[in-house]
Design a protein around this ligand. Structure first.
Ligand code: C2E
Ligand code: CA
Ligand code: CA
Ligand code: CA
Length: 278
């Protein structure tokens, strides 16, 4: 346990706050950083609200920048999209996820690894095939993975996304609508698109204990999603109160600091073995 505790302490280290000089460098450094593989994943578990069973982990990318320190994705995802490097970055995230998954995917329980995918990547024709080939090459099945797509981006265009999301499902990957409740909430999409999962945005979860209106919206979203056969994950749960309310509402899964902070693969492996039967 002492090792786990040490590793968990490390995960509490705040991100670097790059100064202006550093931020200017990021755009210049990104292409070579991809080649040097300066990116790594941390993982955050997703647990069933009913019995605490671990359903899987979500991969979250970090940039270990040699001068600026460990950077949050907020500093480089948009940059990678603008520079046309997002496909390469997502591929690297997937490669790292496949490598790290050997630490936990050979267990017997059903378990999935969620990867955040930019809508821009999903739009590029060869991307899905490449992902599929990569997963099979490493001896995994697409059904071991879930792609999380941000609702705002997936729904910008009305025609293409249906094709794109259907293609992901046909390849066998799971599909999750990320950050539900922000941006372009359109409940019809839950019915029309082949999502397996919806992630209630943290802003919803945060308001649940203080705002009766937010509480009602959460309740309605959960009921509606479930009526469409879509399971619901509440993200960003930070307190026991939030956890209990969502459990009572019948929400399916939970993620958040209250359960576990995102951790390195090694720390996650220890966390999983300590909690698997807990
Ligand atoms: P997201 O997909 O909504 O991921 C959840 C974010 O909330 C993560 O921030 C996570 O560390 C944080 N979080 C989890 N639980 C809690 C909690 O209880 N309280 C609070 N305050 N925060 C919590 P992170 O890792 O900084 O990622 C930010 C966003 O960057 C992600 O939001 C996702 O949209 C994007 N991102 C992360 N990794 C990737 C990636 O590999 N590819 C792409 N395209 N985007 C990524
Ligand atoms: Ca996500
Ligand atoms: Ca989210
Ligand atoms: Ca978010």
């Amino acid at each position: 346990f002492s090792t786990l505790q040490a590793l968990m302490e490390e995960t509490r280290r705040p991100f670097a706050h790059p100064d202006r000089h550093c931020r200017d460098e990021l755009a210049k450094d990104l292409p070579s950083a991809l080649q040097r593989r300066e990116f790594f994943n941390v993982y955050q578990p997703k647990v069933a609200l009913t019995n605490g069973a671990i359903a899987g982990v979500e991969a979250l990318v970090r940039w270990r920048h040699p001068r600026c320190g460990i950077l949050s994705p907020d500093h480089f995802i948009t940059l990678a999209e603008q520079q046309g490097h997002i496909d390469a970055l997502t591929r690297l995230v997937m490669e790292n996820a496949l490598h790290d998954s050997r630490l936990w995917l050979e267990k017997s329980q059903p378990f999935s690894v969620s990867v955040n995918v930019s809508m821009l990547s999903l739009m590029s024709p060869n991307f899905m095939n490449g992902m599929c080939a990569l997963v099979l090459e490493r001896g995994f099945s697409p059904s071991d993975f879930i792609f999380e797509v941000t609702e705002g981006r997936v729904l910008e265009d009305t025609r293409a996304p249906l094709e794109i999301t259907a293609r992901i499902k046909m390849a066998g990957f799971g599909l999750s609508m990320d950050d539900f409740g922000t941006g372009y909430s359109n409940m019809n999409r839950l019915r029309d698109y082949p999502f397996d999962e919806l992630k209630l945005d943290r802003s919803f979860v945060t308001g649940i204990t203080s705002s009766p209106a937010t509480l009602k919206m959460c309740h309605a979203s959960i009921a509606l999603a479930q009526a469409c056969g879509i399971r619901v994950v509440a993200e960003g749960i930070e307190s026991r109160d939030e956890f209990q309310i969502l459990k009572q509402m019948g929400c399916d899964y939970a993620q958040g600091y209250f359960i576990c902070r995102p951790m390195t693969a090694e720390a996650m492996k220890l966390w999983l073995s300590a909690h698997w039967f807990g």
